[in-house]
Design a protein around this ligand. Structure first.
Ligand SMILES: [Zn+2]
Length: 243
C-alpha cells in the first residue's frame, strides 16, 4: 500500500501533526515523469542542529515500539510497558515471557529533545558520552513505602536528567521535586498522551483516562510522597527552561 499510494497519500501524512499540517515543510513532492522528493532548507537546518543525532535514535525507539506491537499481533494500545532500571530498557510481558522493547532513554527524549528535564542542560543519548542522560524517577523509589501499590517504574514517573541534577552535590537524589517541576511532569505526560504512541496507553493505564484524573493522580502521589520529607527540591542552577 505504501508503494502504491506513496505519492498520493503517504508522503503528505508526514507533515501532519495532531490532526493538522505543520507550517514547516522538510521536503516537497515532485510529480510528473520524474517523481521525487526535494529536500528543503528546513531539512538541512535540522540536520545541522546539535540534536540531529538524538532525533535519529528517538525515531528508532518510537518505531520499535510500534513494530513490536504489530509483531505480537497486538493493537499498540494493549502493549503494557514496564521499565527495567538496571538495563535501562522498556519491556512488555506476553503471557510469561518478558520482551525487551526499546531503550528507555531514547523513548523519553521525545519530549525533552536532548535537554535535562530539571535544569535544561544538554544531555546526550549516546552511551559513553560524558553528558549521557540518566533515567530518573521523578518521585523517588525511596518513597515506595508511602505509596503502596503504585508503580513508580511506570513511564509516567520517568524523566531524563543530567548527572548533576540526578546525583551531583546539589542533585535531587531521593528528594521530591517542587510543585513547578510536578506541573512540568504533567505537561510532559500529556505530551505523550497526545502523541498517539504506545506510551500513550501505558500512561493512561497507570495514571487515569482523562486529563483531570491524571492531574489528580500526580498531585495525590506527590503529596503522599512528601509526607515527612524536608523542603521540595529544585535544580541549583536554573538555566533557560525550554520545556
Ligand atoms: Zn539537570
Amino acid at each position: 500500500m505504501t508503494v502504491r499510494y506513496g505519492f498520493s497519500v503517504v508522503l503528505d501524512k508526514f507533515h501532519n501533526v495532531k490532526g493538522g499540517a505543520i507550517e514547516k515543510r522538510f521536503y516537497l513532492k515532485q510529480g510528473g515523469a520524474q517523481k521525487g522528493i526535494l529536500l528543503t532548507d528546513e531539512f538541512y537546518q535540522l540536520a545541522e542542529s546539535a540534536q540531529f543525532q538524538n532525533l535519529v535514535q528517538e525515531t528508532d525507539a518510537r518505531w520499535r515500539l510500534v513494530e513490536k506491537a504489530w509483531e505480537m499481533a497486538l493493537p499498540p494500545k494493549l502493549l503494557d510497558v514496564h521499565y527495567d532500571a538496571q538495563q535501562e530498557v522498556l519491556f512488555t510481558k506476553l503471557r510469561n515471557d518478558r520482551i525487551t522493547l526499546t531503550s528507555c532513554r531514547n523513548s523519553l527524549n521525545g519530549y525533552q529533545k536532548g535537554y535535562c528535564f530539571y535544569c535544561s542542560a544538554p544531555v546526550s543519548l549516546h552511551s559513553g558520552d560524558a553528558q549521557l542522560a540518566e533515567v530518573d524517577h521523578f518521585i523517588p523509589l525511596m518513597t515506595q513505602k508511602a505509596l503502596p501499590g503504585i508503580n513508580l517504574n511506570g513511564v509516567w514517573n520517568l524523566v531524563l536528567a543530567c548527572r548533576e541534577c540526578n546525583r551531583g552535590p546539589n542533585g535531587k537524589h531521593a528528594q521530591i521535586p517542587n510543585l513547578e517541576l510536578l506541573e512540568r511532569l504533567h505537561t510532559r505526560n500529556e505530551y505523550f498522551i497526545n502523541s498517539r504512541l504506545p506510551l500513550h496507553e501505558a500512561i493512561e493505564n497507570q495514571t487515569g483516562r482523562n486529563e483531570a484524573l491524571r492531574k489528580g493522580f500526580l498531585n495525590a502521589r506527590w503529596n503522599e510522597a512528601k509526607i515527612g520529607t524536608s523542603q521540595p527540591w529544585k535544580p541549583a542552577a536554573n538555566g533557560n527552561i525550554i520545556l
